[in-house]
Design a protein around this ligand. Structure first.
Ligand code: DGL
Length: 265
């Protein structure tokens, strides 16, 4: 079996990391659209167009499932992708993140940091209130964080001040904070230093959804699930491959090989 995972760059690696921890019977194609990053400052139509191209690439490469490892792309294009690619299940990160946050929050006040587009779309508020209308959701769009992580957090100036300035704009009454951009788990330690709330990384629950869908597919289609010693991962990166390798290796704690540049992008 083959899983297709995509993001606007390195952020989706936070989802890939959890998938690798939970699923040992499927190979992965990872697509990082770093040449078009950040998605969070683009229009919904632009993101939908980019995601449709990536979807075609993944389907052409015979994936059994598509994982939108990007909150912004989930907010902008989940429905579009589901309408276009009906032959495979498509999993986003928002619903799993909302489910986790509801389990965590005691006082029913949840904060979300994300890209501006995700914040503006209100997608987390809709998902959380759809599960339980009694929750209050506060969202903050953080336009600089994703580009800083993509470039290399350490090399970005005033990184802690900028991070704090965003967090401080959320009401103190929240007891849970969702990392509503898949790039943010890459700086989770830095976030934990400036936030004293429960942190929710939607990646964990997203990986559970992927496992559930693959098990369902295996049963339905009679596909054999054979455990692999080591799953194979091919990376297709549209932008700077060396930067991706450097940031990705630091985050995953292992050497990355099989990195290619796709012909589209
Ligand atoms: N990792 C993407 C997300 O979860 C970042 C989007 C961007 O490129 O701005 O939203």
């Amino acid at each position: 079996m083959k899983i297709g995972v995509f993001d606007s760059g390195v952020g989706g690696l936070s989802v890939l990391k959890k998938i690798k921890e939970k699923i040992d019977f499927a190979d992965v194609i990872y697509y990082g659209d770093s040449i078009n990053s950040p998605y969070g400052n683009k229009s919904i139509e632009e993101i939908q167009e980019l995601c449709l191209k990536i979807g075609e690439f993944l389907i052409d490469n015979q994936v059994n499932i598509i994982v939108i490892a990007c909150n912004t792309a989930t907010a902008a294009a989940l429905e579009t992708l589901r309408e276009r690619f009906t032959s495979v299940p498509i999993v986003g990160v928002v619903q799993p993140g909302a489910t986790m946050a509801i389990k965590q929050s005691k006082n029913k006040k949840i904060g979300v940091i994300s890209t501006p587009l995700t914040a503006k779309s209100g997608v987390y508020e809709k998902a959380i209130k759809g599960l339980n209308p009694k929750y209050d959701v506060f969202q903050k769009g953080c336009d600089l964080l994703c580009p800083m992580i993509e470039k290399g957090w350490e090399s970005s100036e005033k990184n802690t001040e900028i991070l704090k300035s965003y967090i401080n704009q959320l009401p103190d009454e929240i007891d849970t904070l969702i990392l509503g951009c898949t790039h943010y788990p890459l700086i989770r330690e830095e976030i934990e230093k400036v936030v004293d709330k429960k942190i929710v990384d939607p990646a964990e629950e997203t990986a559970m959804h992927v496992l559930f869908e693959l098990n369902r597919l295996a049963l339905k289609k009679g596909v054999k699930k054979s455990r692999k010693e080591k799953i194979s991962i091919d990376y297709f990166i549209t932008g700077d491959v060396n930067k991706f390798k450097e940031v990705g290796e630091r985050f995953l704690g292992e050497k990355l090989s099989n990195i290619y540049q796709p012909l589209i992008g």
